[in-house]
Design a protein around this ligand. Structure first.
Ligand SMILES: NC(=O)c1ccc[n+]([C@@H]2O[C@H](COP(=O)([O-])OP(=O)(O)OC[C@H]3O[C@@H](n4cnc5c(N)ncnc54)[C@H](OP(=O)(O)O)[C@@H]3O)[C@@H](O)[C@H]2O)c1
Length: 227
């Protein structure tokens, strides 16, 4: 059976590159992001189904998973990729709304989507959940507290999920990229990793032999030395 994949954050950067790579490799995919115009363009390009929605409200994750499952018939790979960092800001300027928004998208949404996937895939004793985390969990930086906190929590969640999912035959991979040249930052960073390179490395994890699981993968652009 051909494995099919649900990819969040597919309207930009890493998610868009992943959608193109998985499509080219023959995987049926379901794409999602907030920007309806970008989603429709990618749907047209790849001739694949998708749904534009904001993943921040707690009801969005089960709604998305249900829609993707109904359309694809089965979901074998969930890629929790959608995420954001508003800006690098000192804690003195961080608002409660900043913390809530980061929590809702960077932590709660991937947790709820993983829950949906584990219920579904675990019942079939097969599947793969990929969480895009960040190499930010491996260091500390000033003015980066909100994003770093949420990604560290996602890292902890990923570790627990690895254990729970193993019991029901589901693979889990945590991905820890260093800087990637996407719209994640206001300024382009051509010296950083290209999103296509990130997609290639993630595809290798998905293509691991049946008897192997890549639990964690960290990679960085050669210019980075923050480790
Ligand atoms: N770029 C880096 O240096 C880097 C490094 C390590 C880890 N990461 C992680 O990699 C992942 C992808 O980042 P990227 O660099 O590809 O960023 P990006 O180019 O800004 O793309 C982010 C994606 O997330 C979607 N998204 C944002 N807010 C959303 C919301 N509320 N609901 C649903 N979708 C939403 C965006 O959709 P719309 O544009 O349609 O809103 C877009 O498709 C993130 O989890 C990020 O933390 C990035």
């Amino acid at each position: 059976m051909t494995r099919s994949a649900l990819i969040t954050g597919a309207t930009g950067g890493i998610g868009q590159a992943l959608a193109r790579h998985l499509h080219a490799a023959g995987f049926p995919i379901f794409i999602t992001g907030r920007n309806e115009k970008k989603l429709l363009e990618l749907r047209d390009e790849l001739r694949c189904p998708g749904l534009a929605l904001d993943l921040s409200p707690s009801e969005a994750a089960p709604r998305l998973y249900g829609a993707a499952r109904e359309t694809l018939g089965h979901i074998d790979i969930l890629i929790n990729n959608a995420g954001f960092n508003k800006a690098k800001i000192p804690l003195s300027d961080v608002t409660a709304e900043d913390i809530d928004a980061s929590y809702a998208l960077n932590l709660r949404a991937p947790m709820l989507l993983a829950r949906e996937a584990l219920r579904d895939m675990g019942a079939r004793r097969s599947g793969h959940i990929v969480n895009i985390i960040s190499s930010v969990v491996h260091f500390r930086a000033e003015n980066f507290s909100v994003y770093t906190t949420m990604k560290n929590a996602l890292h902890a969640f990923n570790g627990c999920l690895i254990k729970e999912a193993r019991l029901v035959g589901v693979k889990v991979t945590g991905v820890y990229p260093g800087g990637v040249n996407t719209a994640f930052r206001a300024q382009p960073r051509p010296e950083y990793l290209q999103p296509e390179s990130v997609a290639t490395l993630i595809l290798n994890c998905i293509a691991a032999p049946d008897d192997a699981v890549v639990h964690e993968i960290t990679f960085r652009p050669m210019v980075e030395n923050n480790f």
